[in-house]
Design a protein around this ligand. Structure first.
Ligand SMILES: [Zn+2]
Length: 331
């Protein structure tokens, strides 16, 4: 049996899965990303999460055919190094994550890829993107990441393609977490939405967002908290989500005007929770800015949900050279 592991390394959580030869998930585990201890602590936690998933599946971690990791930051796939992963604590320099994990787990084949790219590829190979030859993946969460498949192949550019969150939707607009102004993420990213909600509350606006946050013992406005506030018809939450969707639609339409992809797949924490209820609104915002209106892209919600990133990472480990899996051979 050829079982592989996949790990999605995020700023707040580590999601590990084990998949069988048909890419079906047979075990999974989720751990919080360590806030202290730097890259080594993160590497130890990745190994712990994967070992737990392996235990669930009843497969010893050391017997895995390979392990893939989807990581933020700059990835050197050849050396297994991650650099400048700024949303991971204490990760300003470079760290050989692949070799560290290989040693910790006793698995020779450990492959690294960009987190958003592997999640987009997972949707293309196994999920909502399966009927298409070209698609744009939009991962709407703390930030907004993007991935591209063009003519059946992942398009990485020189390693930095797909940064749809930093498409400018308003020149000189809101401050983006990246330091620039007017990026889509400055309106649609969960971090920016929370900053704006705090500002408005400080100015005297009423909202239940922070009451729900305290009741749930959280320190951040998670996707689930936004979802609850919307269900209670919280006016401020509704307003900020609509503002986010306006920015998302504008940036997606601009990308479609340039690339004319067949489909847009929306994932990420907010995308998966809010996307289904707002699909028509998102499509309307896109349509409003499309230059060629005769064939708008199909807008779909990511089918693999929260596990897409980890499943995509496991696909990385399927090929001997770590290149992205061909769809025809893995379905
Ligand atoms: Zn930006």
């Amino acid at each position: 049996m050829s079982v592989r592991g996949g790990i999605d390394l995020g700023g707040t959580k580590i999601q590990a899965v084990l998949v069988d030869e048909r890419n079906e998930v047979i075990g999974q585990a989720r751990h919080p990303t360590p806030r202290e201890g730097g890259p080594q602590a993160v590497a130890d936690e990745l190994a712990a999460a994967l070992s737990e998933a392996a235990e669930v599946a009843g497969v010893p971690a050391g017997e895995l055919a390979g392990v893939g990791i989807g990581s933020p930051g700059e990835i050197d796939a050849a050396t297994g190094t991650v650099s400048q992963a700024r949303n991971l604590p204490g990760w300003e320099g470079s760290f050989a994550l692949g070799p560290a994990l290989s040693q910790a787990l006793g698995v020779e084949r450990v492959r690294l890829g960009n987190d958003v790219t592997v999640a987009t590829n997972a949707e293309f190979v196994l999920g909502a993107g399966a009927p298409y030859q070209s698609l744009l993946g939009v991962f709407w969460g703390t930030g907004v990441g993007g991935g591209l498949v063009i003519d059946g192949k992942v398009w990485d550019g020189r390693g930095s393609a797909g940064e749809i969150g930093h498409m400018v939707v308003k020149r000189g607009g809101a401050q983006c977490p990246c330091g620039r102004r007017g990026c889509m993420e400055a309106y649609a990213g969960r971090a920016a939405m929370e900053t704006r909600a705090r500002e408005l509350q400080a100015q005297g606006r009423k909202t239940e967002l922070f009451t729900i946050m305290e009741h749930r013992g959280r320190e951040r406005l998670t996707s689930g908290i936004w979802e609850r506030a919307l269900k209670k018809d919280d006016v401020l939450a509704l307003e900020l989500v609509e503002r986010a969707i306006g920015a998302l639609g504008t940036a997606i339409a601009s990308a479609c005007n340039l690339l004319d992809v067949e489909a847009v797949v929306i994932g990420g924490g907010l995308g998966i929770r809010l996307g289904p209820g707002y699909l028509d609104a998102i499509q309307r915002e896109i349509d409003e800015h499309l230059f060629t209106i005769e064939h708008p892209p199909d807008v779909q919600i990511a089918q693999l949900g929260d596990l897409g990133g980890a499943i995509g990472a496991a696909l990385l480990a399927a090929s001997p050279n770590g290149s992205v899996t061909e769809r025809s051979t893995s379905r």
